[in-house]
Write a protein that binds this ligand. Structure first.
Ligand SMILES: Nc1ncnc2c1ncn2[C@@H]1O[C@H](COP(=O)(O)OP(=O)(O)OP(=O)(O)O)[C@@H](O)[C@H]1O
Length: 350
């Protein structure tokens, strides 16, 4: 029986132009990159989920915010990996991160309810896309009524968290209800065809699950200290953002024109500002300098996730083809910088 490939071997297999140096370092061109995990085109969705995301969902139920964002060149597999595609016709093995996280969330809550029957759960989902620097509510039931005039705004909450007002916050109680929201929003997403990807996402999409857990009474103190002492009600609210970024693209290669070109320019603008935010936060020598979160809707939305209190996983999708070397190189530079950012995860106790 073949032994499983080591991380180093997986990197070498994934792209012939990438040279693995040791367990956590690779060389591309003349530059060195570090990473936590690497997967090639044969890696199963299940493995990626178990190794990278399962723990974040567990942490979210303990009160930590979490974010998974997929970054990469157009057509490199972000939407496929995130699972923000319609899953109706998909084999279960092929399903990506979001449907898996939904299932785990409800399974874990079921288990937790057995251990802590006093805890009450309230779950909401919202699904937004940032299209041409406008925020669109993908769960809006009456878009024809609201049109462009739906007033969605972003503001900073008391603890530095970003609060989005004016969006649909759909209450859900079951796994199926959450799947339904995912499907509903997915079909409303802006998708278009370019010569690099026939089903290219033309927007950044953010699927957010908010979990409130509350108890009327909490107990503290051990049996040996004379029994457990009840004290006041307590509640924890945590959020999980699943972010499927639109792909970086070069107009020359996508052959975009007209509306597609305008979308491409806006996509690249959002990603450029995200890159500037990542640089400002990830570079020790720029510590304390201005972080341009407000320069784009995308970075403002992700303020908690990048440099905030969230546990954040960035998935850098790269193409194994040598013809995509330049874009793969840029993606790794971007992700390498992001890896230097140190967030400060805290439990969000109200
Ligand atoms: N690991 C994979 N296994 C099988 N098919 C894949 C894999 N990754 C991507 N694909 C397929 O490649 C095509 C492009 O992938 P996808 O749409 O996910 O790219 P993307 O990075 O989201 O692109 P864009 O930024 O243009 O939206 C899709 O048809 C997708 O199903």
């Amino acid at each position: 029986q073949a032994r499983p490939l080591s991380t180093r071997e997986r990197v070498e297999e994934a792209s012939p132009c990438v040279q693995a140096l040791d367990k956590e370092q690779i060389k591309l061109g003349s530059k060195y990159f570090t990473f936590d995990m690497v997967y090639d085109a044969d890696s199963q969705q299940e493995i990626i989920y178990d190794e990278c995301v399962r723990e974040l969902v567990r942490g979210c139920l303990k009160g930590y915010n979490a974010t998974v964002l997929a970054y990469g060149q157009t057509g490199s597999g972000k939407t496929y990996t995130m699972g923000s595609t319609s899953i109706d016709a998909m084999l279960e093995d092929e399903q990506g991160i979001i449907p898996r996280a939904i299932r785990q969330l409800f399974d874990d809550i079921k288990e937790q309810k057995v251990k802590q029957p006093d805890v009450q759960y309230k779950i909401h989902v919202s699904f937004l896309e940032i299209y041409n620097e406008e925020i669109k509510d993908l769960l809006d039931n009456q878009p024809h009524l609201h049109g462009k005039h739906k007033n969605i705004s972003l503001r900073e909450g008391p603890n530095g968290s970003i609060v989005v007002t004016g969006v649909t916050e759909e209450p859900v109680e079951t796994c199926d209800e959450m799947f339904h929201c995912l499907e509903r929003g997915t079909v409303c997403r802006s998708v278009g065809s370019t010569s690099m990807n026939s089903v290219s996402s033309r927007s950044h999409a953010i699927f957010t699950v908010t979990i409130e857990q509350s108890t009327d009474m909490q107990f503290s103190g051990s049996e040996s200290e004379g029994g457990q002492e009840p004290h006041g009600p307590s509640s924890i609210t945590s959020k999980f953002h699943f972010v499927d970024l639109a792909g970086s693209e070069r107009a020359k290669r996508t052959q975009a024109a007209g509306e597609r070109l305008k979308e491409g320019i806006n996509i690249n603008y959002g990603l450029l500002v995200l890159g500037n935010v990542i640089s400002a936060l990830g570079d020790e020598s720029r510590k304390g300098s201005h972080v341009p979160y407000r320069d784009s809707k995308l970075t403002r939305m992700l303020q908690d996730s990048i440099g905030g209190n969230s546990r954040t996983l960035m998935i850098a999708c790269i193409s194994p083809a040598d013809s995509n070397f330049a874009e793969s190189y840029n993606t790794l530079v971007y992700a390498n910088r992001a890896r230097n950012i140190k967030n400060k995860p805290v439990v969000n106790r109200d």
